[in-house]
Ligand binder design. Structure first.
Ligand SMILES: [Cu+2]
Length: 252
């Protein structure tokens, strides 16, 4: 008799939230993290990145309405999140395979985990799944983010910049552009020193000369130049960096 009373009191004091509400809460955590990601990535890029801006805006707009039993909205957010992830997959895979460029690696790790929460939460809410897996899922997500962030920061700290040599001509990668866009060198030039001021990696690539230098975020690299007089195209081979074109002019 006494036990039954205690049980009922406990139940009245802490009514169990419905699984649907809990899953929708998880979707909301994911959409808020996506808004943070969108801001973070664009601060790192110091530029508006249209797809990221739109994705951030959609999640910002939907977040206040992700409450109660709105399973349809949660599922819609999940489908949008999955489409956004697949649509940006080449860029995401590239960033995640380069932990030495810590700012972009950490931002994409955040987006991967955030979209994972949105998709899992939205689908689980729609199908009214039990919340048994919620705690292990949340712990795994937090663990992967913390471990990945620490590893990336450590690897980036261990990645050295290369100093310029006398006779090098400097080129800067900044806000998805080469500066200057036209690099003029002569016989006295020994090499090109490439300084990456962006929070993500670039490649300094001159296909005609077989030059392809990997330049991690916020690091510098150099390359020897020994080319016949002429004009050569400079590009960056990182997915989404089509705006990075320049010209190397070797004068006689
Ligand atoms: Cu680039």
């Amino acid at each position: 008799m006494a036990t039954a009373t205690v049980d009922r009191t406990t139940e009245e004091r802490a009514p169990a939230a419905s699984p649907v509400r809990v899953w929708i809460g998880l979707v909301r955590v994911g959409t808020i993290a996506m808004v943070v990601f969108a801001i973070l990535l664009q601060v790192v890029a110091r530029a508006i990145i249209p797809p990221v801006f739109v994705i951030g805006l959609v999640f910002l707009g939907v977040t206040p309405f992700l409450r109660g039993e709105r399973r349809g909205l949660a599922l819609g957010a999940a489908i949008f999140g999955a489409a956004a992830y697949v649509g940006n997959l080449p860029i995401i895979i590239d960033d995640l395979s380069h932990p030495e460029s810590a700012p972009s690696f950490i931002a994409q790790l955040l987006s991967t985990i955030a979209l994972g929460l949105v998709v899992v939460g939205g689908v689980a809410a729609w199908f009214r799944r039990s919340t048994r897996l919620l705690r292990p899922l949340a712990l795994a997500a937090a663990g992967v983010f913390v471990a990945g962030t620490f590893a990336s920061v450590a690897i980036a700290a261990d990645t050295d910049s290369v100093a310029a040599l006398p006779g090098d001509v400097p080129v800067t990668a900044e806000r998805l552009m080469w500066a200057p866009e036209e690099v003029v060198i002569d016989a006295a030039t020994t090499g090109i020193w490439i300084d990456n001021e962006d929070g993500f990696r670039h490649t300094f690539t001159i296909p005609e000369l077989g030059i392809d230098v990997e330049v991690p975020a916020l690091k510098a690299r150099r390359v020897d130049i020994d080319a016949p007089p002429g004009t050569y195209e400079i590009i960056c081979e990182v997915p989404g960096h089509d705006s990075m074109t320049g010209t190397l002019i070797v004068s006689s």
